[in-house]
Structures are given as C-alpha cells and as structure tokens.
Design a protein around this ligand. Structure first.
Ligand code: PLP
Length: 368
C-alpha cells in the first residue's frame, strides 16, 4: 500500500478530494452502467462517517457509534445516491420525463437530477405533509408539482399506474437502479472502517434504503472486502410502523414525515435483509425521535431531519442488546435544514429577545 492508500484506508471517505467524480464513476465496476451510459451527476456520495462520542457514551460498554451523514449529499439526502443512477439510466434509455411520489426528498432529488439531465420532472406529494425545505427545492429545481388530497401511499399508486400507461419513467425506489446507487453507501462505510460494522441502524419508510444497504454489504462481503455482515436494524415511527407490526397502515402519522408511509413497496426485500442478517425491526415514538434529534444537534453538532434521528433513537432504545466492544453505524438519511419548522419547535436553546442594544445589558444577560 502506498502512503496515500494507507491514509485513505485510515481516514476513509474521499470527501476532501476535490476531484471526487461522483459515485457512479467511483464505483462503476459495481454498478449496471456501461461506456454508453450518460452519467448525470452532482458529485453525490463520499459523505462523512463521523464518530459519535456523545451517543457512544450513552450506549456505554466500549461500543463505538458512527454516523453516516448522508444529509451532506447535493440535495441534502441519500436519495441522490439512487437518483444519479435512476436518472442516468433513464437518459440512456432515451426517456424525456420522470415521475415520482414523494414525502419530499425524492421529489427534490428527482427534480435536481432530471433537470440536470434535460428531462421534465413530475412529482406527486401529499398536500400539507412535505417539509418546507423540500418543497422549496422541488420548486426551484423546476419540477412540476402535483399536490394531492391524500397520503404518500395513494400518490405512489397513481404514479405507478401513470408510468405503466404513459411514456414516463418512475423513479421511486421500485425502480431497481435506485437501490443500485444507494448500495454504494454500504461500500463507503466498509471503505472507511476497513470492515463492515456489527450493527447498522437505519430508519425505514418505503424500505428501499435498508434493502440497498443489505445488497451493498453482501456484495462487498462476497468480494472479500469485509469479513462479516452487519445486523440490519430497521426503525419506524410508532404511528407509522407497518413493517414492525407486519401490517398495512391506512393513516400513518408521525412528526418524521419522510417515513410517514403505511404500505412500503420494498417490504419483502427489507424483511429478507432483517432475517438473513439476524437483525430486527422496532418502532420508536415521536418523543424518542425528538430526543435523539436534540442530542445529535446539541451534543454532536449534527443537524439531521427527524426521520434520520429515528436511527439513533432506535439504537438508544435497544442498546442493551448490543455486545460490548461492537461497532455500530447509524444512517443519518437527511439534512436538518430540510425541516426548519421542526427545529424551531423542538429545541432547548436559550433565546433572549427584546434586549436593549448596549454592552451592559448584553453582558448582564450573559451572566457576567
Ligand atoms: C426517504 C427517506 C427515508 C426512508 O427511506 P426508505 O428507503 O423509503 O426506507 C428516511 N429518511 C429520509 C430523510 C428520507 O428522505
């Protein structure tokens, strides 16, 4: 190994490399692309794997917790990993327009990549249930937004039918290229740690991401890049936990809107990942999600969206089940800036207002 390779192995992610080419180029040997695939990229991937000292301390017993901060992708969520693949393959197939149903992040990502690839983007969203930042993104990226008086599951049924009847490509996670792109996050984790972690904690909505990670971990394992497979630990919000309860939920409810999904399309794949890995599914309440969200912000300096904090909430809830000295990775799926309302309503910051603009007042309020 050269020194550069050793350093790379030690510190993992090539984020600091200004020439990072985007994940398709970086992992093309592992992806269904060829020389003739036009690569539509915003240089997604290579997100940081951060040690989480405050979370580790809460878990105890020399268990090391890392956070895969996928909120640092170009549009602020892991969806970019799948979208660079889905949109590149759609372009390769000569497609002119794409469509998706979305709780917000898929629409932001689909819009950005579709427009970059010169395609139209149609997004169906549940009216009133998409976080501000995500809606703003879809609009500025030039998507054609269709808000329905219904939930995500109903939106997904509609786009499924439309893409079957009309010449338009569906880019939800039923599109197999989405999962292909998303599996690269598992590659990056192994490239960083030098091996797979013992546990992977991840929030589940439509359950495409847990399925993609499992695919990635298996592929690297088979290629000898790791000598173990992690337990796949999938977490859902209590009001929206169809996988945990093995059912379909007609009216899912949770503050974590990105995982407000009652009938996940990747159910079978996710259950397989859980069973094959000896993992498990568990639900966390909105209160537990918000508690983890605040810990991440105020003690780790990491701002993620509520859905992402479900992975850490789940870890804290099941910490007694983790063997001592294990390595755990929690996936932080989206950026906190997506949902500023949630942060404004849920924080313990001291906010002194209406202060007279002079030094004496300020110093006094500061406690001097
Ligand atoms: C999409 C999304 C999820 C859920 O991922 P699935 O693949 O649908 O299970 C979780 N968190 C965030 C921030 C998301 O955007």
């Amino acid at each position: 190994m050269s020194i550069r390779q050793k350093l790379f192995h030690r510190f993992g992610s090539r984020k600091k490399d200004p020439n990072w080419p985007g994940l398709i180029e970086a992992y093309k040997a592992w992806l269904p692309v060829s020389e003739s695939t036009p690569i539509i990229t915003l240089k997604e991937g290579a997100t940081p794997l951060l040690e989480a000292k405050a979370v580790s301390k809460r878990v105890g017993r020399n268990i090391k917790v890392f956070l895969k901060y996928d909120g640092l992708n170009p549009t602020g969520s892991f969806k970019d990993r799948g979208m660079t693949m889905a949109i590149s393959k759609a372009k390769e197939a000569g497609c002119k327009a794409v469509i998706c149903a979305s709780t917000g992040n898929t629409s932001a990502s689909a819009a950005a990549y579709a427009r970059r690839g010169g395609m139209r983007a149609f997004v169906l969203i549940p009216d009133g249930y998409v976080a501000q930042g995500k809606l703003a993104q879809a609009l500025i990226y030039g998507a054609e937004v269709l808000a329905i008086k219904g939930n995500f599951d109903e939106a997904l049924e509609i786009v499924n039918e439309i893409s079957n009847q009309y010449p338009i490509t569906l880019v939800n996670s039923v599109n197999p290229f989405r999962l292909e792109g998303q599996k690269t996050a598992a590659f990056e984790i192994i490239d960083s740690l030098g091996n797979a972690p013992d546990w992977l904690c991840i929030p589940m909505g439509n359950a495409g991401n847990i399925s993609a990670y499992w695919m990635g971990f298996q592929e690297y394992f088979k290629a000898g890049k790791s000598n173990k497979l992690p337990k796949m630990m999938g977490f859902q919000a209590s009001g929206s936990a169809p996988l945990v309860n093995n059912t379909i939920i007609k009216n899912p409810e949770t503050i974590a809107t990105a995982i407000r999904i009652g009938n996940p399309v990747n159910r079978e794949k996710a259950v397989n990942a859980k069973n094959k890995s000896n993992g498990s599914f568990l639900d966390v309440t909105d209160e537990e999600i918000i508690k983890a969200y605040k810990i991440l912000g105020s003690e780790e300096g990491i701002f993620c969206e509520p859905a992402s904090a479900a992975s850490v909430a789940g870890l804290l809830k099941t910490k007694q089940d983790i063997p001592s000295n294990s390595k755990v990775v929690c996936v932080l799926t989206g950026n906190g800036l997506k949902d500023p309302d949630c942060a404004l309503k849920n924080n313990e910051a001291l906010f002194h207002s209406n202060l007279e603009p002079n030094m004496k007042t300020i110093a006094q309020v500061m406690g001097f």
